[in-house]
Design a protein around this ligand. Sequence first.
Ligand SMILES: Nc1ncnc2c1ncn2[C@@H]1O[C@H](COP(=O)(O)OP(=O)(O)OP(=O)(O)O)[C@@H](O)[C@H]1O
Ligand SMILES: [Mg+2]
Length: 333
Amino acid sequence: MRRLLERAANRVRSGNAVTASTHLCYAWAMTSAMRVRGLVKKFGSLVAVDGVDLDVEERELFGLLGPNGAGKTSLFRVITAVSPATAGKAWVAGKDVAEEPRAVKSIIGVVPQQDNLDPDLTVVQNLVTFARYFDIPKRTAMTRVEELLSLVQLQEKRNEQVDRLSGGMRRRLLIARALVNQPKVLVLDEPTVGLDPQAKHLVWQKLRSLKDLGVTQLLCTQNMDEAERLCDRIAIMHQGKIIAQDTPARLIAAYGGKRIVEARPRQDDRDWLVETLRRQGLEFQEVEDTFYIFQTDGEVLDQRLVASLDRFAHHVPTLEDVFLRLTGRSLGE
Ligand SMILES: Nc1ncnc2c1ncn2[C@@H]1O[C@H](COP(=O)(O)OP(=O)(O)OP(=O)(O)O)[C@@H](O)[C@H]1O
Ligand SMILES: [Mg+2]
């Protein structure tokens, strides 16, 4: 690290600023848990990830939100050394993902969006087989597997073949598997989808305790409650780009405004409502039959307008409103 900084300083002294900044970038990469620069991922002509820069600090629990198809999983797959970037770079704990994929895989735990458990093996066999990839001694592996089974409450299913588990149990097993190598960095792609409330709270509690233990986490979720409860910072991804990032509270303050008005016009009044809101200079998003109107106290809507509505309500802004305003989509859409 020091050598890299010295090398960068020498480059600056010798006037080679471009190379200097490259060396500084490498030096910085070693201080953050995850660093992404100018990352592009293309599938043919489709640009799934479009020039993403991202920094996740050590011990941070960082959330990634975005509508379906925003490019979140494509980004995750590059960061976890599963799929190569088309352009740009990513580092995990200072290691270049493209140059040291094995090293990256050994320190990272991954809960993929798509279940890739071995359906022919039992619960225990899935975990033990995975431990072998990391050369974990058998005895240590067995102790760890027992702890993980108890953590995700799958002890009773230990000898069950995976294709006989329920969807929620399989997700819990995926989470246990991601922890087999005691990763320094955990990447979770929608880990609680399909879990019942009790199992969801169990996972949330575990993610919080891993944070306390110093594990850095990158969490992709469509669950606002999850994002607000767990994440130190959040990035919102849309059409391959990060369009906003900050703490949940600051995102809400910046994009939620004071109040959100929910207005559902009668069918014949829709065009008139759009025209009225535009005339009043109010920002809004239309989702199905409901208008979400931002940065208003409610009083600014005139009485005639309110009287014309089928439904009128207002609420204190949430992360979901921020998401809606920035992407024009409601979550889970
Ligand atoms: N292997 C692939 N081949 C071709 N196109 C792909 C591939 N994987 C993803 N895409 C496309 O890239 C875009 C981004 O997909 P991605 O899975 O990264 O989105 P996402 O944000 O994870 O969405 P979701 O919330 O639905 O999981 C989509 O248009 C998708 O169709
Ligand atoms: Mg995805």
